[in-house]
Design a protein around this ligand. Sequence first.
Ligand code: ATP
Ligand code: MG
Length: 384
Amino acid sequence: MKIDQPWLNDKATQKVCSVLTDAGAEALFVGGCVRNALLEAPVSDMDIATNIEPRHVMDLAKAAGIKAIPTGIDHGTVTLVERGIPHEITTFRKDVATDGRRAVVVFSKDIAEDAKRRDFTMNALYARPDGTVVDPLGGITDLRARRVRFIGTAEHRIREDYLRSLRFFRFHAWYGDHDEGFDANGLAAIAANLDGLEGLSRERVGAELLKLLAAADPAPAVAAMRHCGVLGVILPGSDDRALAPLVHLEGGMAPDGIRRLAALGGEDVAERLRLSKAQAAALEDLRKEAAGTKGPRELGYHLGAARARDTLLLRAALLEQPPAPGSETEISKGAEASFPLKARDLMPDLQGPDLGKAMKRLEGEWIASGFTLSRDELIARAKG
Ligand code: ATP
Ligand code: MG
């Protein structure tokens, strides 16, 4: 079996692979890029695995005039930059110690050892530079059935790294068969090992959950997370009832993790998931304004068209009522509106804090007028 993808034939990528194969070493694409190529899904990043040690990879690259950066040389990864494009090459590895969060690894020459330390059978697929698929653990059968299945004993694999419990739901949301449902054995093992989730770093949990929520339809996976107790541990106080209605109301618009996260609610969400400042602010606006009563035009004015639309969808999902017809036009009007009064229009009669207060009051009156008061009318009101 072969994959055929434009990135496989890229000159820079082929050159990087030849540096390894010309020296008699392996160069194998691995993980998401092979899985997605077989599923005919878009490929975002590609990883290359090899059977020689990172120092040796560095030496071969330098001899071939390719820039080599020891990005993560201790755990096996070096980056080769050819034609300005970075390629990550990672030596086959095997875990020698795990603590539920991170692993101590040693390098290996054996592809089967490298495959066995990966999480799911569909993620342990490799491809040679000519596209020939190498499948050391029989992952293709599971991939064809869109079955997310742990490699080895689910319980052991979860205890080695509890993030795998969240990845199980992520990959199911993206690539699983929704009619078939979840692998029962995997689900049971996850439910029996909830306590380890608390020890994961908040960044890893946050990044993983946002990736899950960016799937076309994450609602079944999130419902399963609630059933087996995972959701309650990572997002206490959350409620996924509004998620499926939200996805339905979105009607195929581009998925947005923060919009979906806002539908779940919960306590100290930004803190628990280590969201960026911008993400935390967007989440807070969404929660607050969806629970409020501002109309579409005012939301458009305050939040801009995209977030106003998100707010109305979220409000509709929470209230189980579709947004009022004509909302879209109203949002655009609000987003395009600009307050006609400038501070200097009120000077020098008003100064300092009084000026600020008057501007705020008049902006409120202008919004309440349906954005109709003119500059002159506002100046007259300031004086009156
Ligand atoms: P994506 O398209 O989202 O990047 P991916 O499969 O490439 O999907 P990554 O998180 O980039 O996912 O990981 C790359 C590969 O590394 C996976 O396909 C899997 O083989 C392995 N992997 C990553 N994280 C883990 C983990 N926690 N435990 C075991 N294997 C893992
Ligand atoms: Mg990846």
